[in-house]
Design a protein around this ligand. Structure first.
Ligand SMILES: [Zn+2]
Length: 386
């Protein structure tokens, strides 16, 4: 701003120039203190106190805190929340004025943001009876001076659980361009959740994933489902579990309230897994030869180049993984069933068929004939670290 401009501030913004942050000192006393400070510094002609509407800094907002509450409360509508946080965004002009004042005074008075957030926070708390939370508020209310309007940010509701997938052909997450009824694990859980939360959208965060044609049995897979912009935050989790479990393709258990932090935990965890695989050969399977091949794999390091079927989405590299155990459970004609336990991140289908030599060694290479995977199930996720 120009040196010749005269800056008009409301009493609140003017009082802050005193540098007195003690809230027990009245606005009037701080205004007086600001006046003498400006006089001492030869700034009295440049900065003066005027009526609230003319305030170059807050535009009179600090005298209209209750009006702001009147404006924001209907915008929150029916949304349930226990905790909140208020904030504001200044215009570049407001930032310039604060910098100008800091330059002139040779110290930084309390910022408009701080006073507004404090006053609005107290007023909103009084009006709603809700608590301020700096760490993890249910809603964040932000006043934007540029548009003289509020933005409400609602924390998603996170629910943790464990799912089992009892049928093949069910994808874990929704397919973006898929039309019609979506029976993915995500959609089945998310739809039930949003019926209770009246949320806008949902996202499933799984602790890893199984292929669409692989069942997820045994102790199930951990997940966190996120309801976006929920109206209700206190829902009956037993009711949610029962609603989801009417499905004939998935079932869930252990539902509880969760957090974004837990999403990060489950996304980054990796566990050894046990599988059951039904395999097919072109000719009758030789039990002894298959037994030897399985024994050979047990405890062995294998090298897996990124499978062809996923090279589009993952970088092409070679991973070393260990097969912890492998044994045939039954052999019948051209088919056999095997139990396999492998380190986290092992591609089991490729471990069996070899992926055209990209997995070395494979059950097929050790057996000496190609073995196709007919069916695969995850039967246990070793979350206890065994
Ligand atoms: Zn002001």
């Amino acid at each position: 701003m120009q040196e010749t401009d005269r800056l008009i501030l409301c009493k609140h913004c003017f009082a802050r120039l005193s540098g007195i942050k003690d809230s027990s000192v009245s606005t009037e006393e701080r205004e007086k203190s600001s006046s003498s400070l400006l006089f001492d510094r030869g700034l009295a002609g440049q900065i003066s106190s005027g009526n609230s509407e003319a305030c170059a800094l807050c535009h009179g907002i600090l005298d209209r805190i209750e009006d702001l509450c009147d404006a924001v409360i209907p915008q929150i509508g029916e949304r349930e929340f226990d905790t909140f946080l208020v904030g504001c965004s200044l215009t570049p002009e407001q930032e310039d004025i604060e910098n100008f004042l800091k330059d002139k005074l040779k110290f930084e008075p309390e910022k408009l943001k701080k006073e507004l957030n404090r006053k609005l926070g107290v007023a909103f708390q009084n009006r709603t009876g809700k608590e301020v939370s700096f760490d993890d508020p249910d809603i964040i209310i932000n006043f934007d001076f540029t548009y003289a309007s509020f933005k409400i940010q609602v924390k998603p509701l996170y629910i943790f659980g464990i799912y089992r997938k009892l049928k093949r052909g069910v994808p874990q997450t929704r397919w973006i361009h898929r039309s019609g009824e979506d029976d993915s694990v995500e959609a089945q859980i998310g739809r039930c959740l949003n019926l209770l939360t009246m949320g806008e959208e949902f996202h499933l965060h799984g602790s890893g994933r199984e292929d669409v044609d692989v069942r997820m049995l045994g102790n199930g897979r951990e997940f966190v489902i996120e309801s976006v912009d929920p109206r209700k935050r206190k829902i009956n989790l037993d009711e949610l579990q029962s609603a989801i479990n009417t499905s004939d393709s998935i079932s869930v258990s252990g539902l509880r309230y969760s957090s974004k932090k837990e999403v990060i935990r489950i996304k980054s965890s990796a566990f050894n897994k046990s599988y059951r695989a039904k395999v097919l050969s072109d000719s009758p399977i030789d039990s002894e030869r298959l037994g030897n091949a399985a024994l050979n794999l047990t405890g062995k390091d294998i090298y897996q180049r990124t499978p062809l079927r996923v090279t589009g989405s993952r970088s092409d590299l070679v991973r070393k993984r260990q097969v912890l155990s492998c044994q045939p459970e039954s052999v019948s004609g051209n088919e056999a069933v095997l139990a396999i336990k492998a380190e986290a991140g092992t591609y089991i289908k490729e471990l069996i068929h070899g992926d055209g030599g990209r997995t070395q060694p494979s059950l097929s290479s050790l057996y000496g004939e190609e073995l196709k995977v007919l069916e695969l199930d995850v039967i246990w996720i070793h979350r206890d670290g065994e």
